[in-house]
Write a protein that binds this ligand. Structure first.
Ligand code: DQA
Length: 144
């Protein structure tokens, strides 16, 4: 079963960026763990990172027509601002799970609210790379 994992802006800097908040692992290291766990669950994960809001909107909107059955997304900073991504999630016709490495509820005021959370099945926040791995498990349960 095909799924898509979308990493938002600046996540290509993982392992170098604010390590006290986001941890030591690079995006490649997290992605290989995601691929491994996805395979063990019978999921075929297509993983991409985008810095542009429009690219994320396109990726969400095109997913279903490419045979993708569900999406895991870390919208990063767009979480807190993007009605375009909210609308894309609402309109895409497949389940979407939102993840965050850090616990956004315990951070700055402007990070506490997720605009995109309104449209997702659920949100997993604060478990580092395990946020993605827990989301894989949850998506698998939704899709079977
Ligand atoms: C993040 C939290 C966001 O507030 C931030 O802008 C990010 C990463 C997280 O995974 O914890 O870039 O989505």
């Amino acid at each position: 079963m095909k799924i898509k994992v979308i990493h938002g802006p600046n996540l290509q800097l993982l392992g170098r960026r604010e390590k006290d908040i986001y941890g030591e692992l690079s995006l490649d290291e997290i992605n290989s763990e995601i691929s491994k766990v996805a395979r063990s669950l019978g999921l075929d994960a297509n993983i991409d990172q985008y810095n542009s809001e429009g690219d994320i909107v396109d990726a969400i909107g095109n997913a279903a027509s490419k045979g993708i059955k569900g999406i895991i997304i870390n919208p990063a900073a767009y979480t807190h601002t993007s009605i375009a991504i909210l609308d894309a999630i609402r309109g895409c016709g497949i389940p979407v799970i939102e993840v965050h490495l850090s616990n956004i509820a315990s951070r700055e005021e402007y990070r506490k609210h997720s605009v995109t959370a309104e449209a997702v099945v659920g949100q997993i926040s604060g478990f580092g790379k395990s946020s993605y791995l827990l989301a894989l498990q949850a998506l698998k349960e939704i899709l079977v």
